[in-house]
Design a protein around this ligand. Structure first.
Ligand SMILES: [Zn+2]
Length: 881
């Protein structure tokens, strides 16, 4: 708990550690009323440090009792050290020594889920970013890398499985029905990668042969009831291991790789060396319990955590300002993996959607920060879309600028040069420069400047000369603490379409005979004009193909041009994007007028999408999704949420009514028979079918109701069952909806991951009662304040997805969220700080809403004993009034 105002930590204050730890010897005695941690550190003065201070300072947090401290085996008197809440200071230490520390901690009372805690009767850990200091006193910073040896002791009946990082080197029985296992990790690692698990878990085994012919033992540990839900994660793991060998030349290094599923977890998953710990919802799947989307998410998260073994563990971050060094690069790696095993265009659309909806919002809000931040109060607040997703885009742009071969040369050099080190994003970029010979000095601004660059594009066509001129101006909006930004180095991919939809050559000089039909223009100045020669007609430009940079593009497209691009662009991403722009334009024109008509062109564009079965159905499935309310809000100045909601609903209803026959045909055409499989084609067909069903139920179509009810009852997989349930919940058919919800719960009440989906479908529905429904769900016996997944699926989904209810005129949604944040702040500040986020954008909304949001935030600010996590978010968003 906070006692004074939290301190801000600055990148410019970074100093190398005064002492290093070569070896950590840990012994955990686990009991029901607590745990005793014996820690011995082999330490020495860091030759690279210029500090002559004789004292040693170690980090600690929430450690119940410090039982003893010894130096080189001799117990220290209390006068030799000072033990404060968050620091242990030894007044004088030699240049090299062994430090022994024994602490008593209470994992069973740890509701923050940082450090060592209990979840469903098992012990587990989460040490990133600063959880290890909740286990013992330690120099808790990533540039202190040590070899760990860990002995875990516990009751053998309750905790037959005892795990830690590395290889198990010793095991045996102890007195009183207890036993122990000792683990040794030969690779030096920062303490944030430490992990421990003890529980009564079922073990699933498999093996993997590496490219050099070594056999790796793969193990998954889950609760016995989840025995049938491991296959997908195991298969994903093997695919990821193979992919990393083939694409990056990276081989796994230990003899064992373990995955553990845990129900109570703040994050999605954690890449601890050799022992990945997963939130159950991000790893367990069966066709009956998980949707296609969950299957894909699991595959990408399993791959992500595995890829960290090199990008994060073997080469780690020097300090937490460099978080994107491992996260941006690893998200880029998992995105490419998902694109390779699935549909590349669909993956690009999904990544861009997330970025444009949520990361652009973050960039425009009070917590905006660069990919490499300059300061923070609480580092867990910086596990953001900017660090992860924008960080990945930044790496992706290097890939675009260098091309795949030089990029691979760069990554090889990076891994070779820095193996076993804790380094910076600058070291990463330098390896890319050294391997490619390219100068990326201006490109580094992507790491330093926050905010989303805006590109304004204007064009003119010189008929007589056959020259088309494209002028592109870039600017970056001011963000907290940053104004007057410099132009950035932006790869801008383009193509031109002729009148028949054909691709035209992009001749940058009159005599360029072999001009390509795709080009990446490199923007480095505030304004550029490019001249394209040899054109007999004015082309339709296809801009920012493949979303080649995380920027906004402004160009005065006409609806005719957008419709044209939607059906002719050879770039799948831009085809989809043209459809989105057209739909945004149509919806926005209805926001201010209640009597306007829905553009007939949009209806016809969707009609041809639904009719054309020769198109890539995965792309069609994406193109049929209207822009989300969140995206429409993000695009608007002072958005009127209820009006945006009504306009979007009107367009949806109009499309559904006009295309009823096509939707029914689409539904039946995409009914799959036979075996369930998660291939891009099968996923696309289920998605199309469920979209058609949702649209039909949106207008309360009778035939749609019959289809939804039978689909719900007969589905052999969760995608179809959930698709039908969601369609019913968002329809006016109350009787069928109640029946389906009751049946669903009855069938799945013992499966927490399915119950979470059941919560989310209700709290996210704009038709089932909003806030009243959310209160009802929170009274439900399956709701649990100690479980982050339940909080996210009820409260998080309400505030993030049920936007008309959250932004209700009376401000009740805002007050509700503020109350929950105040309450949660006492038990789990990390989740509380994330939950408060929707309120922080109060300045974006019209004053009538903005003032109410602000006053809700103020009630959070005024809570006594506010955690550092929530303090930082709330104060930054109220600052500068
Ligand atoms: Zn990660």
């Amino acid at each position: 708990m906070r006692t004074s105002q939290p301190q801000t930590i600055f990148l410019k204050d970074y100093r190398v550690p005064a002492f290093l730890v070569d070896h950590v010897d840990l012994r955990f005695e686990l009991f029901e009323d607590g745990a005793r941690v014996h820690c011995t550190l082999a330490m020495r003065r860091n030759p690279d440090s210029d500090s002559s201070d004789k004292s040693l300072e170690l980090d600690g947090d929430s450690l119940t009792t410090l039982e003893s401290v010894s130096l080189d085996g001799k117990p220290l008197e209390g006068s030799a050290y000072e033990d404060r809440d968050d620091k242990l200071t030894l007044h004088e230490v030699p240049d090299q020594f062994n430090l022994g520390i024994v602490t008593w901690i209470e994992p069973q009372n740890n509701t923050r889920l940082e450090g060592l805690y209990k979840s469903s009767g098992m012990f587990c850990t989460q040490c990133e970013a600063e959880g290890f200091r909740c286990i013992t006193y330690f120099p808790d910073r990533p540039d202190v890398m040590a070899r760990f040896r860990t002995r875990v002791e516990a009751d053998k009946t309750r905790y037959p499985i005892l795990l830690s990082n590395g290889n198990d080197v010793e095991k045996g029985d102890l007195a009183d029905g207890r036993h122990f296992v000792t683990w040794e990790d030969p690779f030096p690692k920062p303490c944030y990668l430490f992990a421990l698990v003890a529980g009564d878990l079922l073990e699933k085994r498999d093996t993997f042969k590496t490219m050099s012919g070594r056999d790796i033992d793969l193990r998954m540990y889950v609760e016995p009831r989840n025995a049938e839900k491991c296959d997908h994660a195991m298969d994903s793991l093997k695919r990821a291991m193979r992919w990393d060998e083939e694409v990056y030349g990276r081989e796994y290094d230990l003899d064992i790789f373990m995955i553990v599923a845990v129900d109570d977890f703040n994050m999605g998953a954690m890449e601890n060396k050799g022992l990945n710990i997963f939130n159950s919802s991000c790893v367990l799947a069966s066709q009956e319990t998980a949707t296609d989307m969950a299957f894909q998410r699991i595959e990408s998260i399993v791959a992500h955590e595995y890829f960290h073994n090199w990008s994060g563990n073997r080469v780690t971050c020097r300090d937490w300002f460099q978080l994107s060094l491992k996260e941006g690069f690893t998200v880029f790696r998992d995105s490419c993996f998902s694109a390779d095993v699935g549909s590349p265009t669909v993956k690009r659309i999904e990544d861009a959607t997330m970025l444009r909806t949520a990361q652009f919002a973050e960039d425009a809000g009070p917590m905006a920060h660069p990919v490499r931040p300059e300061s923070y109060m609480e580092i867990t607040n910086f596990y953001t879309l900017t660090i992860y997703e924008k960080g990945s885009e930044v790496v992706g742009m290097i890939h675009t600028l260098l091309g795949p071969d030089l990029f691979r040369k760069g990554s090889d050099l990076y891994f070779e040069r820095h193996d076993g080190q804790a380094v910076t994003t600058d070291d990463f970029v330098r390896a890319m420069e050294d391997a490619s010979g390219r100068d990326l000095s201006q490109f580094r601004l992507w790491y330093e400047q926050s905010g989303t660059p805006e590109l304004t594009v204007r064009d003119e066509f010189d008929d007589a000369a056959g020259i088309y001129r494209l002028t592109i101006k870039q600017s970056i909006p001011d963000t907290p603490g940053q104004t007057d930004k410099k132009p950035q180095h932006i790869p801008f991919a383009i193509g031109f379409l002729g009148a028949e939809g054909e691709s035209l050559p992009l001749k940058l000089a009159a005599d360029d005979a072999d001009a390509p039909t795709d080009r990446v223009l490199e923007l480095t100045d505030a304004s550029h004009t490019f001249e394209f020669h040899g054109l007999s007609e004015r082309p339709v430009p296809s801009l920012l193909r493949g979303f080649s940079a995380p920027v906004r593009v402004f160009y005065p497209w006409t609806r005719e041009q957008l419709t044209f691009l939607m059906s002719h662009d050879s770039d799948g991403f831009n085809r989809w994007d043209a459809g989105q722009r057209l739909a945004v334009d149509v919806i926005n024109s209805l926001v201010s007028s209640t009597d306007g008509n829905v553009d007939a062109g949009l209806v016809e564009a969707y009609r041809s999408l639904l009719a054309d079965s020769s198109l890539d159905q995965a792309l069609v499935a994406k193109m049929l999704q209207l822009p989300s309310e969140a995206y429409l809000i993000e695009l608007a100045d002072q958005p009127n949420v209820p009006a945006i909601h009504r306009a979007r609903e009107r367009v949806l209803a109009h499309l559904a009514r006009s295309l009823r026959d096509e939707l029914l045909a689409c539904y039946h055409r995409n009914t799959l028979r036979g075996h369930y499989e998660v291939t891009p084609e099968a996923v696309a067909r289920r998605s199309l079918r469920n979209t058609a069903l949702a649209w039909l139920l949106h207008i309360d179509d009778e035939e749609g109701r019959t289809l939804a009810t039978s689909q719900f009852n007969e589905a052999d997989n969760m995608t179809d069952r959930m698709g039908a349930l969601r369609a019913l919940v968002n329809s006016g058919y109350e009787k069928e909806q109640e029946q389906a919800l009751a049946d669903f719960y009855q069938q799945w009440k013992d499966d927490p991951q399915v119950v979470e989906q059941w919560f989310a479908v209700q709290s996210g529905s704009t038709r089932t009662g909003g806030l009243r429904k959310v209160h009802e769900l929170m009274e439900h016996p399956a709701f649990d304040w100690k479980n982050p997944n339940k909080i996210r699926s009820v409260i998080g989904v309400f505030a993030g997805q049920n936007l008309p209810a959250f932004h209700a005129e009376d401000g009740a949604g805002y007050q509700f969220l503020a109350e929950q944040v105040r309450k949660l702040d006492d038990s789990n500040p990390q989740i509380a700080a994330r939950l408060v986020s929707p309120l922080t954008r109060w300045r974006k909304f019209a004053p009538v809403h903005g003032e109410q949001m602000k006053s809700a935030l103020e009630t959070v600010r005024d809570k006594s004993g506010l955690s550092r996590d929530v303090y930082e978010v709330v104060h930054k968003s109220l600052a500068g009034q």
